[in-house]
Design a protein around this ligand. Structure first.
Ligand code: SF4
Ligand code: SF4
Length: 62
């Protein structure tokens, strides 16, 4: 089983909420200056990676 996670750099994110809306697993939490991905529920579907207008979410090795 591949070990990866989704990394969202808060310094590059503009908190638009697009990835939160598209995540089928409700794994992304957006706060005023932070965005979290819950590794336990994220299925690595990469929908957030594809939809982010700024190309911020990335799949990285654990
Ligand atoms: S990879 Fe898929 S499940 Fe994981 S945070 Fe992105 S949209 Fe949600
Ligand atoms: S879609 Fe991109 S810019 Fe918008 S909140 Fe998600 S990571 Fe940030």
């Amino acid at each position: 089983m591949s070990r990866s996670r989704i990394f969202i750099d808060p310094g590059r994110c503009d908190y638009c909420g697009t990835c939160v809306a598209v995540c089928p697993a409700d794994s992304i939490t957006l706060e005023e200056s932070t965005v979290f991905v819950d590794d336990k529920t994220c299925t690595r579907c990469l929908a957030c990676v594809r939809i982010c207008p700024l190309g911020v979410p990335r799949e990285v090795s654990q």
